[in-house]
Design a protein around this ligand. Structure first.
Ligand code: SF4
Length: 501
């Protein structure tokens, strides 16, 4: 592993730039992931002691807030950060101005950067009101060249900056933060380590993400992920299954297997099982009732996976299959490594073999050089596949990616006109697919109380559709048969079968 920036631990007794570590905690060196895990557990205890001391000084418990931007992988990382902070004895708060505030950043889209800078602007004011407040920034954005300098220049009050590859060292950084250290910057260019044994606080008690791979080898030309998350690394099947068993014993019934390209799971391991076989084994774990995965790359989605989804009722009836563009030429420039026809063949095969499975997708409009004819191809794919749902984005160049160097000749007006056409087509198809389910009874997992509609809860069907039904918090975590009564475009109001009678 290489560190890009590591000014190190500059405590009061060591000369500037000299790194000092508590002597009882072994250096990692060539140690195994298990040793690193023990080392971080030791730091976690020290962080808890430091938190207790601080809390005694100020006469109240320390509070924290983790602010998450971005994708499922980031949400999972935030669960880990939250688990560590809770274990160190800090209390969560929704209010701004917590004693420890962590921003877990995303770099996929520009507006996530802007939202972060907006929030950081407010932090400087909050720090004046709460002098013990500590601020940290982590996540993909910190791995992007130039961002750390910008953070240090424009927001010098940020106490800790760390990256995606060394998140497992957060107990150590937390200890240093709570011991009064400032300006900690720890970034690694990459890692071969996978340390997944630290505490995690799940957002939902009944469902959980489980990382199966980290990083990506695909290098789509618009995407920063391979640069900020590094090359693909898989966890072993035994580790993953052990985590699933632990989660099931703790009351989790729904598992989301997470990776940037789940289909290539195991390619970097010797004698690994395939992703479909991993899915089958997770499905057959006692207590697990639903298994989802995110995200498959269309170039690698195999017949074996389709067969596992067909034959394992525990597999969710939903596949998210990112299209990005329907134009073979744009796909080539995106380095997606499939053509329009190959995508169509796969999507229509899924429709044919798995008729009850919902297909959702991502589409980018406005990739440099895109023409009306290219967008026609995208519209054609949308019509022929008839997606159940789609996330449509306007291309925004990410610094450091090849696509950011490409010239675009389209005007803003052209791009917005094309975007509107794609959105309209997507919505037409999604509405029709959703409405076709009216009157059916399907099993829903109640996830939360509906904040907009008093006396209602929200359930998620296996095909990922949301249904609002009368109920209360006592139903959360239950699987219920639900009749889909009132279609509201992309979601339903319904009733449990029992209520119907
Ligand atoms: S598959 Fe492409 S879009 Fe997805 S994370 Fe990898 S490089 Fe990015």
């Amino acid at each position: 592993m290489n560190k890009v920036t590591s000014p190190g631990h500059t405590d009061q007794t060591a000369p500037a730039g000299v790194r000092r570590r508590p002597s009882v905690i072994p250096e990692m060196g060539e140690s195994t992931d298990r040793l690193e895990s023990l080392r971080q557990e030791e730091y976690l205890q020290r962080a808890a002691q430091a938190a207790a001391r601080l809390s005694e000084e100020i006469g109240r418990p320390l509070t924290f807030q983790v602010v998450t931007f971005g994708c499922q992988m980031n949400a999972r990382d935030s669960e880990k950060l939250t688990g560590i902070l809770l274990q160190a004895g800090l209390q969560p708060t929704e209010e701004e101005g917590a004693d420890v505030v962590i921003f877990n950043t995303c770099t996929i889209r520009d507006n996530a950067d802007q939202r972060l800078f907006g929030r950081l602007g407010r932090v400087s004011h909050q720090k004046r009101l709460n002098p013990i407040m500590k601020t940290a920034v982590c996540g993909c954005m910190t791995q992007e060249p130039g961002n750390v300098d910008k953070l240090r220049r424009s927001y010098p009050f940020v106490d800790l900056i760390f990256g995606t590859h060394n998140l497992f060292r957060f107990p150590e950084y937390l200890y240093r933060l709570l011991s009064g250290e400032k300006h900690i910057v720890e970034l690694w260019e990459g890692t071969d380590r996978i340390v997944e044994t630290l505490p995690v606080k799940r957002l939902y008690p009944f469902k959980s993400g489980v990382n199966i791979t980290f990083g990506c080898n695909n290098f789509c030309t618009y995407c920063i992920v391979p640069y900020v998350r590094g090359r693909e690394r898989s966890r072993t099947a035994e580790e993953i299954l052990e985590e699933v068993r632990r989660l099931a014993a703790d009351g989790v019934t729904e598992i989301m297997l997470l990776g940037q390209n789940v289909n290539s799971y195991g390619n970097d391991l010797e004698d690994s099982i395939s992703f479909p076989e991993l899915c089958r084994r997770v499905c057959r774990t006692e207590g697990i009732k639903r298994v989802r995965f995110m995200t498959p790359h269309p170039k690698d989605l195999s017949d074996e996976l389709i067969e596992v989804i067909r034959t394992e009722p525990v597999m969710a009836r939903h596949i998210h299959l990112p299209l990005q563009s329907g134009s073979t030429e744009i796909l080539r420039r995106m380095n997606r490594r499939y053509t329009k026809d190959q995508y169509l063949e796969l999507a229509l095969k899924i429709r044919d073999r798995l008729p009850d499975v919902a297909l959702s997708t991502d589409i980018i409009v406005g990739f440099p050089g895109e023409t009306d004819a290219d967008v026609e191809d995208t519209l054609d794919v949308i019509r022929r596949v008839s997606f159940d749902n789609a996330f449509t984005f306007i291309f925004s160049p990410r610094r450091g990616t090849p696509a950011a160097q490409l010239e675009d000749t389209s005007s803003e007006a052209d791009i917005h006109r094309r975007f509107d056409a794609v959105l309209r087509q997507v919505q037409t198809c999604a509405r029709a697919r959703t409405r076709a389910l009216e009157g059916q009874v399907m099993e829903g997992l109640v996830e939360e109380v509906n904040r907009q509609q008093a006396g209602y809860v929200t359930a998620r069907l296996s095909n990922n559709l949301l249904v609002h039904i009368p109920g209360d918090a006592s139903m959360i975590g239950q699987y219920l048969p639900i009749r889909l009564e009132d279609c509201r475009g992309f979601y339903y109001f319904g009733k449990t079968e029992e209520c119907n009678g």
